[in-house]
Design a protein around this ligand. Structure first.
Ligand SMILES: Nc1ncnc2c1ncn2[C@@H]1O[C@H](COP(=O)(O)OP(=O)(O)OP(=O)(O)O)[C@@H](O)[C@H]1O
Length: 302
């Protein structure tokens, strides 16, 4: 079932066209990623979905309602970039205050426990670490028991461990049946978490697929490295249709090619009683797909 439908969205700020033409549909129960370089229009898109901005053109429906429908306030939880609370407000006060806004709030004490915030209930917002602030903002996005959680750049500024903890948290949110719309410019995050990804560049959707589908769509070369057990004539390998190039680097060989490269190479080596020691395979990543589709590395400005 489609829970968010965005069709031909357009939004400009004065002369700046933030979103030119964005369409996608998010299915219930999935983690849907919006991925793109800085300034691509990701935040503007989710702000329109969350009813915080009015599109110039195009249509958006969220749970079959218009984004500014007051009923939706109870059904979606939003964690936007740089959410700020008063420095002196404690974690407990923030959770209690936010739960009053909703007709059927989650048990905030349980939520604090799930997010590892129980020991911090008496701590003021200004005294929390970056990771704790992020976890609190996620708790506040979930406090109304939403059906959809919108999370924008939720791991920016976190250390690698805190980032991984947050990923587990997002998975646990999905496991509760909440649909997650996740904005990120981290490839690893999208690859690990998202069921599907819309890649946005310069205000347009340039690709929409599963992370694996995006990677497969890139005609990236494959590389295999190994140390052969005995010296041999590399023409054995260059003769294979799958092999484009063989490079010798000291005792190591690097084989570059495409198609079913690994099978072709290992079968040929085995037929000649050559063992491939320390065999390593380099596969295309979402990073490669991103560069191929946008012509830029992730994090570079439009
Ligand atoms: N309130 C605003 N007023 C004017 N221009 C804006 C405003 N908000 C965003 N923009 C511009 O619109 C474009 C898209 O911005 P947006 O924040 O949607 O991109 P983003 O993909 O979320 O970027 P980032 O990854 O850096 O957060 C950018 O050129 C940005 O400078």
């Amino acid at each position: 079932m489609t829970v968010i439908d965005v069709s031909r969205l357009q939004k400009r700020y004065g002369d700046t066209v933030a979103v030119q033409d964005v369409s996608f549909a998010v299915e219930g129960g999935e983690i849907f990623g919006i991925l793109g370089p800085n300034g691509a229009g990701k935040t503007t898109t989710v702000e329109c979905i969350a009813g915080l901005r009015t599109p110039d053109d195009g249509t958006i429906t969220v749970l079959d309602r218009a984004p500014h429908d007051p009923e939706l306030r109870k059904l979606i939880g939003v964690q936007l970039q740089e959410s700020q609370l008063p420095e002196k407000m404690t974690v407990r006060e923030a959770l209690e205050l936010y739960s009053v806004f909703y007709p059927e709030p989650a048990d905030w004490q349980r939520l604090a426990g799930e997010l590892g915030l129980t020991a911090k209930l008496g701590t003021r917002f200004g005294q929390l670490s970056g990771g704790q602030k992020q976890r609190l903002s996620i708790a506040l996005a979930l406090i109304g028991n939403p059906r959809i959680a919108i999370l924008d750049e939720l791991t920016t500024g976190l250390d690698p461990q805190a980032r991984r903890d947050t990923w587990e948290l997002v998975e646990s949110i999905r496991d509760r049946g909440v649909t997650v719309l996740l904005v990120t410019h981290f490839m690893e995050e999208a690859e690990r978490l998202c069921d599907r990804v819309a890649l946005i560049d310069a205000g347009r959707v340039v690709a929409l697929d599963t992370p694996a589908g995006l990677i497969a769509g890139v005609q990236a070369e494959q590389r295999i490295r190994f140390r052969p057990s005995v010296a041999f004539d590399t023409a054995l390998l260059t003769a294979l249709a799958e092999v484009r190039e063989v490079r010798t680097q000291g005792s190591q060989l690097e084989v570059i090619g495409e198609g079913n490269l690994l099978h072709a190479v290992t079968a040929t080596l085995a037929a000649h009683q050559i063992i491939a020691n320390d065999l390593r395979i380099e596969q295309a990543s979402l990073d490669d797909a991103f560069v191929a589709l946008t012509g830029r590395a992730a994090g570079e400005e439009n």
